[in-house]
Design a protein around this ligand. Sequence first.
Ligand SMILES: [Zn+2]
Length: 413
Amino acid sequence: MRRKPLNTASRSKLSKYAKPLANLAILLADAGSRLERRFWKKKLFAALAPMLEGRSDTTLMQTLDHLYSTNYRAYDELAFSIENTVESPELGQEEDILLLAAPVLAWSTYNIPSGKIEENTVAEFTALLQKNVLSDHAHLVLTNMLFSPDQLPESYTAAAELARQLGQAAIDRVKVRIDTENLPATQSFLSDVRYLIGAVSVPAGQPAFKWQVEAHSNGTLLSKEEVLTNWRLTGGQALQKIMPGCLLELMLPNGLYNACREAEKEARAYSVRASAAFLESALDVPTHKIHASVGAFVDRGEIEEYRIGFSVEGNSEIVHGVVWPLIGEEYGNEPDPVYEKDIQSEPDNPVIRSKIEALLKEVGIRQIKVLEERFPLEYCEDCGSPLYPNPEGELLHAELPEDSELPSSMHLH
Ligand SMILES: [Zn+2]
């Protein structure tokens, strides 16, 4: 379960708080039986709960960072345990809590809405999720807000605080209203993800989701796919009302971290499809005349993401670009402990690369160039937008030609 490596390559000694946490994760990773695993897990959860309440993000990040380069299995155990502890705060003996996210992929040449949702709409989504996704034991409290990725809690402790607040509201059967006035601004993209966020409470030990309990007449359980189909049918109509002008694809609602990772993975292919359709209409160029240049971008000796630069046949200017970040287990085999390896010698990720190629072909793009060289993660110094490779392997800013039919509200980055 590989996650994104952290942004500081701290080689310093672990703090007195980080050290026991790292040890617990190592002991858990080395456990030889289920009995022993359960023992260490319980200890680890008990150590994490007060840290998440006490705003100890620095300690958590330092420990994760240390384990990432010294004991990968322990890193994985710790990351997973932190996520679990965040999503399911202990709020008494009688109820289990899960912080829930329902992601929706959207694309539009206008702004994709985010922010406040009206009361009656919150009630409608709550009822639809309750009916189509959650078990009859579950009680759901949704926030009155459609979150953009920029507005999701940015640290583990912030997410834990939201989980406690929503979880308590679910137990008390009261509404939660978020102050939507002072939220971070949402960056505008051609395609993006939005999230409904809430908390589910169930009596301790009871199932939270339909796929855990609901059975067909022949006794087989409802699959996640069937649950998703039902949610797409009903939730899709309701979301369309608050996201006019957007093409939507609803994803399976689940625990926050799982739902976000799955949505981020799907969003990449979604955004390649959106880009092809967009370029065809904005530039009035058939897809077979569009050229895609795919490059691998590295940071600290590891491929961090692929970037796809789109240009039009006969011109090497980049008209549009898509970033394809690697997520979770897609990272390379072992992290490089020194981060100073020759950038050119880093092995490629052939699975992802061929996935990107297949997808570009699927949307009708025939001229695809996969560049051999590795690129540094470069951004525009003025606006911070990523730079994309052209067929010659130069990194360029994406700019639509001036005569293209682009709505003025659209911001191309
Ligand atoms: Zn710029």
